[in-house]
Design a binder for this molecule. Structure first.
Ligand code: PMV
Length: 328
C-alpha cells in the first residue's frame, strides 16, 4: 500500500475572481487528507472514507455496482466526493498505462467537505500521488498538480481554477493567475479558522457569480476590484505587513458579499473576529457557508468565535510548508 497526505488551504485573497483570470493567493494549512491506495487482484475500485465530514462509508465500483450507499449526507455531496476519487484513479491508470488495475482506496480527512478549505483538492492530490506510487511511478510535483487540476476540472464541469490543487500539491502560499502558478515567500501567518458546520455548493455559487456578471456591470467591476486587492495583498505578504494584509482581507470579504456569496453565519463569524481585534477576516473558498479565515496572533479571535452563534468550530491553523507528503 502507498499512503500520501495533502493539505487543505485558505484563500487569503481572490476566490471567484480567479475564475475570470484575476490572480488569487491561497495558502496551504496543516489540516490534511490522507489517502492509502492498494492494488487489488481484480479491476474493481473500492473506496472507503473516514471522517470526510461523513460518518464513514464504503462503495464498490465495477462489476457489481450495488444500490446507492446509505449515508447521512446529501446525494450531490456524496456523488461529488466519489466522483473526485473515481477520476483521480483514471489519471493513475493513464499515467502508469495500467488500464485494468483495481484498487482499494482509503481516505481519512480532517478537512470538512465543501467548506472552503480545499477538501476535494487535497483528496485528489493525495489519491493520485499514492496511486501512482503504488504502481511504482513517482510524479514530479508539477505533473501531480496538473493531473489534480484536470481531475477537479472534469468533476466540476470545467468550473475550476488551478489554485486549490496547485496549493495543495506544493504547500506554502501560492499565487495563481490563469495557467501561471508560483509559490510565494510568506511569513508565518497567525491564521484562525471559523467553521459554521455547513457547506456551500461551489458549482452553484460560481454559476451565480457568472450570471450576476452577465447582468450587472457592477459585478464585473467588483471582480476587477478583487484583482487589484490581490495584487496589493501579494506585496503586503512579501513585506510581512500583517496589518495591511488584514485590511485588504476585510475589503475582499466586502466585495465577495457584493457578489452574493457570503451568508449570515459567515458574516457573523467575520464580525466576531473583527470585534475581537483580528487584523482582518474574510470568508474562504466558494462561500455560501463553511469557513472564514482571520489573522490574529492573540487568542481573542478563537475565543470570540467559540461563543459566536452559528460558529461550530474555531481553530488556529499553521501554514503547511510542505504540500504532498509521501508517508508509506
Ligand atoms: O470552496 P472551494 O475551496 O471549492 O473554492 C472555490 C474557489 C472558487 O474560486 C470559487 C472556484 C475555483 O475553482 O477557483
Amino acid at each position: 500500500m502507498a499512503v500520501s497526505s495533502a493539505p487543505g488551504k485558505v484563500y487569503l485573497f481572490g476566490e471567484h475572481a480567479v475564475v475570470y483570470g484575476e490572480p488569487a493567493v491561497p495558502c496551504a494549512i496543516e489540516v490534511r487528507a490522507q489517502v492509502g491506495v492498494e492494488q487489488r487482484s481484480d479491476s474493481k475500485l473500492r473506496i472507503h472514507a473516514e471522517d470526510l465530514s461523513l460518518d464513514g462509508f464504503t462503495v464498490e465500483y465495477g462489476g457489481t455496482a450495488g444500490s446507492p450507499p446509505d449515508v447521512d449526507v446529501s446525494e450531490s455531496l456524496l456523488t461529488a466526493a466519489m466522483g473526485y476519487v473515481d477520476v483521480a484513479i483514471e489519471h493513475v491508470r493513464d499515467v502508469t498505462g495500467e488500464e485494468d488495475v483495481g484498487f482499494d482506496v482509503t481516505i481519512e480527512s480532517d478537512i470538512p467537505l465543501g467548506a472552503g478549505l480545499g477538501s476535494s483538492a487535497a483528496v485528489v492530490v493525495a489519491a493520485i500521488d499514492a496511486g501512482t506510487r503504488e504502481l511504482g511511478t513517482t510524479l514530479e510535483i508539477d505533473e501531480l498538480a496538473e493531473r489534480a487540476y484536470q481531475t477537479e476540472s472534469a468533476v466540476q464541469s470545467g468550473e475550476a481554477s488551478r489554485a486549490d490543487t496547485f496549493c495543495s500539491a506544493t504547500g506554502g502560499a501560492v499565487r495563481v493567475e490563469g495557467d501561471d502558478c508560483r509559490t510565494l515567500d510568506a511569513p508565518d501567518l497567525p491564521i484562525v479558522v471559523g467553521f459554521d458546520g455547513g457547506a456551500g455548493d461551489t458549482g452553484q455559487l460560481v454559476a451565480g457569480v457568472r450570471s450576476l456578471r452577465e447582468e450587472y456591470s457592477f459585478a464585473s467591476d467588483t471582480v476587477e476590484a478583487i484583482g487589484d486587492i490581490v495584487r496589493k495583498g501579494e506585496r503586503a505578504l512579501e513585506r510581512g505587513d500583517i496589518e495591511e494584509l488584514g485590511r485588504l482581507m476585510n475589503f475582499n470579504h466586502g466585495l465577495l458579499g457584493a457578489l452574493g456569496v457570503s451568508s449570515r453565519s459567515l458574516d457573523s463569524m467575520v464580525w466576531a473576529a473583527r470585534n475581537a481585534g483580528a487584523h482582518g477576516a474574510k470568508l474562504t473558498g466558494a462561500g455560501g457557508g463553511g469557513c472564514i479565515v482571520a489573522l490574529d496572533p492573540s487568542d481573542e479571535t478563537e475565543t470570540a468565535l467559540s461563543y459566536t452563534p452559528g460558529c461550530r468550530d474555531a481553530f488556529r491553523a499553521e501554514l503547511a510548508e510542505t504540500g504532498v507528503r509521501r508517508l508509506e
